[in-house]
Design a protein around this ligand. Structure first.
Ligand SMILES: C[S@@+](CC[C@H](N)C(=O)[O-])C[C@H]1O[C@@H](n2cnc3c(N)ncnc32)[C@H](O)[C@@H]1O
Length: 234
């Protein structure tokens, strides 16, 4: 089947999610880990388009300055990395446990990689191959549903943030995801903001705040921001 003939890449992710042409179990597994031609040609672009509003809101919540170093966990199509590269001259890192997304990223971001500004790595959030206290800001959007051990992942993210660093999560709440129950029943873990906030506090984060989004495509989505404590000067 030639995917390009029946679905233009610019179509919204919502169309893909409600399409009867794509089996829901297949789509769920692709959302968890985009692979192959479908992942590279269709889903990566669908994610960039369909999640654009949520990604922009989550990135805004980090309030990057011109020198912040930045990590995107589960970067998928890479939209947040591209936007962040325009906001900061600091080092950029992308982690994704799909080798196909990382390979695609190396092509799409050949310019940034060649300049030595961006490092893309295939790895699991629970075991980040990054040194401690590396980055000022972390973003992760539409990923937490797939993390098998949220407390462990949050401890890893805490470890790689500098003291005073911040992290922003963009995600759809339980009620919104219930509307895609035919897909999310295939192994998604759903969250309400309070679930994530409690887990963040248990992992040592502070100043945890959540904002509900209300755009055309983001109604039912949330952005949760947290900080790693400054190191005690004594
Ligand atoms: C639904 S896509 C979201 C992509 C992008 N962040 C967005 O909002 O459009 C989920 C992405 O997270 C990655 N991912 C899922 N679980 C992961 C894990 N445990 N560690 C690292 N990446 C993961 C997948 O490979 C996929 O690229």
């Amino acid at each position: 089947m030639c995917y390009r003939t029946w679905m233009r890449p610019s179509r919204q992710l919502a169309d893909l999610l409600s399409s009867r042409l794509v089996p829901s179990r297949f789509l769920a597994s692709q959302l968890r880990r985009p692979t192959g031609r479908f992942g590279r040609w269709i889903l990566a672009r669908g994610l960039n388009d369909g999640n654009a509003e949520q990604i922009a809101a989550t990135l805004d919540a980090l309030d990057l300055d011109g020198t912040d170093s930045f990590l995107d966990v589960g970067f998928g199509g890479g939209r947040a990395l591209r936007l962040a590269s325009r906001k900061t001259r600091g080092a950029l890192y992308g982690i994704d446990f799909s080798p196909d997304m990382v390979a695609r990223g190396h092509r799409v971001f050949a310019d940034l990689c060649a300049e030595g500004r961006l490092d893309l790595i295939s790895a699991d959030v629970s075991d980040l191959p990054l040194r401690s206290e590396l980055v000022d800001a972390v973003i992760t959007t539409n990923t937490i549903y797939f993390w098998p051990d949220l407390p462990r992942a949050l401890r890893e993210l805490f470890r790689v943030l500098v003291p005073g660093g911040r992290i922003a999560f963009g995600f759809s709440g339980r009620e919104k995801l219930a509307g895609f129950g035919n897909i999310t029943k295939h192994g998604f873990t759903t969250f309400e903001p309070g679930d994530l906030e409690r887990a963040l506090v248990e992992a040592g984060f502070a100043a945890v705040e959540t904002r509900a989004l209300d755009g055309e495509l983001t109604r039912g989505d949330f952005v949760t921001v947290a900080r790693r404590f400054e190191r005690d000067p004594t």
